[in-house]
Write a protein that binds this ligand. Structure first.
Ligand code: CTP
Ligand code: MG
Length: 379
């Protein structure tokens, strides 16, 4: 088939990064690290196919992170980076590309210029690798004694590393089990012709917790948008209400076409507002029988999906419930936890507050309750 393939390895667990989910699924200025890395190759005009290798349990995160991108069907990696690369190369064998660029998903800031340099150097070599000279003085502890390692001629290797496809597949098969941390190491073992190209300081690998903030700073922080939502429902006879995704026992119910969860409705509208996607009624018409008695978590999850499709990430939301009764405080933590669960956020990024109106207005008279919400989205 020919052409240039990109192989992106994303099957690591990110243990040194200290996050709950593997680091490549964390947002960086609003877009996941994986998506940023993958997009750089998917958009490149000289790259005809992109293969991503992921962790066996990461399918859902992967789907969310790569919505709308044109990629080869994903496959599971192995227990080391080298295994993951080999799995990817084996899958690409059927496509018979001329060249392959192998890239760490953990390097989301790879530039178009760097990809161009690697591709540009390939026709004359078996391998082209971005390198940067070491500038710090290097120290090694040997048997409890510090010694200085001469840094002359030492370089740091980055990705993407480009290879003649047949040559790197052969090297990977021949030296399987050596457990090298990059693919140039296998090219070295196989005696391939390797050329260095200029690497980039900004093409950092996200490895430790500090690296997230450093990478965000390099991105200039991205764009932040906020959206506001409001909703009110009338009380009727009943014995429970739904608020912020939690069922509360009460001596009344709330009237509405769906479950009348004013908290989730206000928040759904806030999220839709932040991405200019209309309001909840446009997406879930009150005339539509499908939504009669519907659980409002569906509406909120749909709004969150639209955000990720638009390339954004919800980073914070704040809901204020306005009612005299029921008392919200005992349920506040359950509400935060439920919203965090629906949106896939840490609980610390979700706020639920409550207030009365001192007996004034419809909420004060107990005719119904209202909710306001703000959502913050980063792109
Ligand atoms: N990788 C992989 N399969 C593995 C291990 C690593 O595909 N079994 C990928 C990672 O997802 C990452 C790249 O190889 O994109 C570089 O690895 P590294 O930075 O070490 O990432 P992790 O292995 O995820 O992190 P850690 O070593 O801290 O657990
Ligand atoms: Mg690792």
């Amino acid at each position: 088939m020919g052409g240039i393939a990109a192989l992106i390895v994303a099957a690591g667990r990110g243990e040194r990064a200290g996050t709950a989910m593997p680091k490549q699924y964390r947002p960086l200025a609003g877009r996941s690290i994986l998506r940023r890395a993958v997009e750089a190759f998917e958009r490149h005009p000289d790259i005809s196919m992109v293969q991503v290798v992921i962790g066996a349990s990461d399918h859902e995160d992967y789907q969310a992170a790569t919505k709308g991108l044109d990629l080869l069907p994903t496959l599971a990696g192995g227990h080391s980076r080298q295994h993951s690369v080999l799995h990817g190369l084996q899958a690409l064998t059927a496509k018979r590309p001329d060249f392959v660029l192998i890239h760490d998903a953990a390097r989301p800031l790879v530039s178009r210029a760097l990809i161009d340099r690697v591709i540009g150097a390939l026709p004359d070599a078996d391998a082209a690798v971005p390198l940067l000279p070491v500038s710090d003085t290097l120290k090694k502890l040997i048997d409890g004694k510090w010694t200085t390692v001469p840094r002359d001629g030492l370089n740091r290797a980055q990705t993407p590393q480009g290879f003649r496809f047949d040559a790197i597949v052969k090297a990977h098969r021949e030296f399987a089990g050596h457990d090298m941390t990059d693919d140039m190491a296998l090219a070295e073992l196989a005696g391939l012709k390797i050329v260095g190209v200029q690497g980039e300081e900004n093409n950092m690998k996200i490895t430790t917790p500090d690296d997230f903030a450093r990478a965000e700073a390099l991105l200039g922080g991205g764009e932040t948008r906020t959206g506001f939502g409001f909703d009110a429902h009338r009380f009727a006879a009943g014995d429970h209400i739904w608020l912020c995704g939690v069922k509360l026992p009460h001596d009344k119910s709330l009237e509405g076409h769906s479950d009348a969860d004013a908290g989730l409705h206000a928040l759904t509208d806030a999220i839709l507002g932040a991405i200019g996607a209309g309001d909840i009624g446009q997406h879930f018409s009150p005339d539509d029988e499908r939504w009669r008695g519907a659980s409002s978590d569906k509406f909120l999850a749909h709004a969150a999906k639209l955000v990720s499709e638009a390339g954004g990430a919800i980073v914070h939301c704040d809901v204020t419930l306005i009612c005299e009764r029921p008392k919200i405080a005992p349920h506040r933590e359950a509400m935060r936890a439920r919203i965090a669960e629906i949106l896939g956020l840490e609980v610390s990024r979700v706020s639920v507050k409550a207030t009365t109106t001192e007996g004034m207005g419809f909420a004060g008279r107990g005719e119904g309750l209202a909710a306001q919400a703000i959502a913050t989205i980063r792109f």
